[in-house]
Design a binder for this molecule. Structure first.
Ligand SMILES: NC(=O)c1ccc[n+]([C@@H]2O[C@H](COP(=O)([O-])OP(=O)(O)OC[C@H]3O[C@@H](n4cnc5c(N)ncnc54)[C@H](O)[C@@H]3O)[C@@H](O)[C@H]2O)c1
Ligand SMILES: O=C(O)C(=O)C[C@@H](O)[C@H](O)[C@H](O)COP(=O)(O)O
Ligand SMILES: [Zn+2]
Length: 377
C-alpha cells in the first residue's frame, strides 16, 4: 500500500493495452501544471476541447484552462482552447446533451488532431468520452476526474456512453483515454454525499479481487471517511491498480474477466433507472446492489458465511446504505432483463464466493432475484 509515501509524490499506474497503453498520474498540485503533462504525452497537440461539469467550472476547470491557454508548444505557438460546461447530474448522460456537444465540437472546428479533456465526475467522463469516441469516428481524449468515484473507477478503462430512459449506459463505446490525470486536491470541494458514494466502488475492488485490500479498508474506514490525505491516496492508487489489471486482461469484457467489475451493478442499474436517474447516486445504488448480490450468493449456498456481515459492516462504516425500502422487484426485473450480461435471454450475476473472489453465475431463477431484492428492503 502507498500510505507511507510523501504528500507530493506523483504515482503513475499504467493501463497495459499494447500500443494503446496509457498512464494514470495520481497526486496533488497537478491542475496548474496540466498543460505540461498533456503536451509531454501528445506533442502534436494543437487544439483542446475542455468539457467540464458546470459545478466545478470555478475553480478547477478555469485553472486548468488557464494552464492550457498560457502555455506554448515546442515551436512557440500557443494551444487553441475551446471550452464548454455541462449541467451537473446523471440526467446529462442523455442524447440531447450529447447532441449539443457534437454541434459545439463542429462549431469549434474540431478535427482529428483535436483532443477532448473531460473535467468532472463519472457523468462528464462518460459523456465527453463518448463525444470523443463518436465525433469524426473518434478523436483522442484525456480524463481529469474530479470525484472520488471517477478517480477510482470511471476515468479508467474506456467505458464511455449515455443512458436510455430505462437503461443505464445502453449507448456507448469502448474508447480508451490517452491519459488520466488525478489531482487529489480537487477532492477538497467535493460534497460529502458524492465523496462517500465513491467509496462503494473502492469496497467493490476488495470484494472482487483483493482480500488484503478489503482488510486494509476495514482497518482504515474511519481515515477514509475523514478524508485523511495519505489514506485516500492509497485507496485511489490501489483501486486504479486493480482496475488497470482487470481492464488489461479483458479490455472489452469478452472473456468474462472484466465482468467482475460489474459486481452489484445488475441490481444497482435497475434501482437507478426505476427510481429515476439522479435520485440515488451511482455509488449508493452499487452499495445496495452489492448487498443484494451477496444475499443472493448466501441464498444459493455459494458464499462463505463471514462475507455478508463483513461487507455490511464496511459499507455502513463508510456511511453508505445497505438497504433500500423503495426497491420494487416488479419494476426492476424487466429493466434487469436488458442488462449487458444477459445471455440467451438469461440473467447472469457476479456473485461472491469469499472476500477477494467472485464469479459469473448464470441461469438464476427469477424467484431468487426477487428474494435478493426483498432481502434489502
Ligand atoms: N465508465 C465507467 O467505467 C464508470 C464506472 C463507474 C461509474 N460510472 C458512471 O459514473 C457516473 C457517476 O459518477 P460520479 O459519482 O462521479 O457522479 P457525478 O459525475 O454526477 O458527480 C457527482 C456530483 O459531484 C459534483 N462534483 C464533481 N466534482 C466535484 C468537485 N471536485 N467539487 C465539487 N463538486 C464536484 C458534480 O457536479 C455532481 O453534482 C454514473 O453515471 C455511473 O454510471 C462509469
Ligand atoms: O469498467 C467496468 O467494466 C465496470 O463495470 C465499472 C462499473 O463500475 C461502471 O459502473 C460501469 O459503467 C458499468 O458498465 P456497464 O457495462 O454495466 O454499463
Ligand atoms: Zn459502477
Amino acid at each position: 500500500m502507498l500510505s507511507g509515501s510523501n504528500r507530493n509524490d506523483i504515482l503513475s499506474v499504467e493501463v497495459p493495452l499494447g500500443d494503446r497503453s496509457y498512464q494514470i498520474e495520481i497526486g496533488p498540485d497537478q491542475i496548474d501544471t496540466f498543460s505540461q503533462t498533456v503536451l509531454s504525452t501528445m506533442s502534436d497537440l494543437t487544439h483542446v476541447l475542455v468539457i467540464a461539469d458546470a459545478a466545478i467550472q470555478e475553480p478547477w476547470a478555469n485553472r486548468l484552462i488557464h494552464s492550457l491557454s498560457t502555455s506554448l508548444r515546442d515551436d512557440a505557438t500557443p494551444l487553441r482552447v475551446s471550452s464548454i460546461s455541462v449541467p451537473s447530474g446523471e440526467t446529462s448522460k442523455s442524447i440531447s446533451q450529447l447532441s449539443e456537444l457534437w454541434q459545439w465540437m463542429l462549431d469549434s472546428s474540431t478535427d482529428r488532431r483535436s483532443v477532448v479533456i473531460a473535467v468532472g465526475g463519472g457523468v462528464v467522463g462518460d459523456l465527453a468520452g463518448f463525444a470523443a469516441a463518436s465525433f469524426t469516428r473518434g478523436i483522442r481524449f484525456v480524463q481529469v476526474p474530479t470525484t472520488l468515484l471517477a478517480m477510482v473507477d470511471s476515468s479508467v478503462g474506456g467505458k464511455t456512453g449515455i443512458n436510455l430512459p430505462t437503461s443505464k449506459n445502453m449507448i456507448g463505446a469502448f474508447w480508451q483515454p490517452s491519459l488520466v490525470v488525478i489531482d487529489t486536491d480537487v477532492l477538497s470541494t467535493l460534497p460529502e454525499r458524492a465523496y462517500l458514494s465513491g467509496l462503494a466502488e473502492v469496497i467493490k475492488y476488495g470484494v472482487i479481487d483483493d482480500a488484503e485490500f478489503f482488510a486494509w479498508l476495514e482497518a482504515n474506514a474511519s481515515g477514509l471517511v475523514a478524508r485523511d490525505d495519505g489514506t485516500v491516496r492509497a485507496a485511489i492508487a490501489e483501486s486504479c491498480q486493480s482496475k488497470a489489471r482487470v481492464v488489461g486482461e479483458d479490455e472489452r469484457e469478452t472473456s468474462g474477466r472484466r465482468a467482475i467489475l460489474n459486481y452489484g451493478h445488475t441490481f444497482a442499474h435497475a434501482i437507478e433507472a426505476t427510481v429515476g436517474y439522479g435520485q440515488l447516486l451511482h455509488g449508493e445504488a452499487v452499495s445496495i446492489g452489492m448487498q443484494m448480490a451477496a444475499n443472493m450468493a448466501v441464498d444459493l449456498g455459494i458464499c462463505e458465511p463471514t462475507l455478508l456481515p463483513r461487507q455490511t459492516e464496511l459499507i455502513q462504516a463508510c456511511g453508505l446504505p445497505t438497504t433500500f425500502p423503495e426497491a420494487n422487484a416488479e419494476a426492476m426485473l424487466p429493466v434487469m432483463q436488458r442488462d449487458k450480461k444477459v445471455s440467451h435471454g438469461k440473467l447472469r450475476f457476479i456473485l461472491p464466493e469469499r472476500i477477494g473472489s467472485v464469479r459469473l453465475v448464470g441461469d438464476i431463477d427469477p424467484s431468487s432475484v426477487v428474494k435478493a431484492i426483498e432481502s434489502c428492503r
